[in-house]
Design a protein around this ligand. Structure first.
Ligand code: THU
Length: 142
């Protein structure tokens, strides 16, 4: 059952992502996003989108959650849940898929959540097939 996860685990992630979304700085898009990830230790790290008057300088919720994880000394994502407002699932943007891949494994589950719940679980292979990742880079190293 690769897409199964204990409901209690998901409740904690969902609540953390919603709490993070409440702190989003999204005055330009008016599209607040929250993300929460469970790292290998079991700890949960959260992030929100942080926009900027110089638009391209803004960062996504997933990116800020990953930064919090790395800053705490962790390197592995077990589960990540991202959500916006509304009932449609929020799927990570292309750049965030690449950033998540860096710290994901084949069993890492990405939950594309919504206001209604954690949504559907997807693997990185499903979200970013034929990806360029750390393993391929290592093959080219001298
Ligand atoms: N956004 C995220 O935070 N994560 C995504 O995966 C999709 C988009 C943010 C970026 C921007 O602040 C706002 O949503 C609208 O694009």
């Amino acid at each position: 059952m690769p897409h199964a996860a204990a409901p209690a685990d998901l409740t904690a992630l969902f609540d953390a992502a919603r709490a993070a979304r409440a702190h989003a700085h999204a005055p330009y898009s008016r599209f607040p996003v929250g993300a929460a990830l469970r790292a290998a230790s079991g700890a949960i790290y959260r992030g929100c989108n942080v926009e900027n008057a110089a638009y391209p300088s803004g960062i996504c919720a997933e990116t800020s959650a990953i930064a919090a994880m790395v800053c705490a000394g962790e390197r592995r994502i077990a589960q990540l849940l991202v959500l916006g407002e509304g009932t449609d699932p929020l799927t990570p943007c292309g750049a965030c898929r690449q950033r998540i891949l860096e710290f994901a494994g084949p069993d890492t589950l990405i939950y594309c959540g919504s206001a209604s719940g954690p949504g559907l679980a997807r693997t990185m292979d499903e979200l970013l097939p034929h990806a360029f990742g750390p393993e391929r880079l290592a093959q080219g190293a001298p």
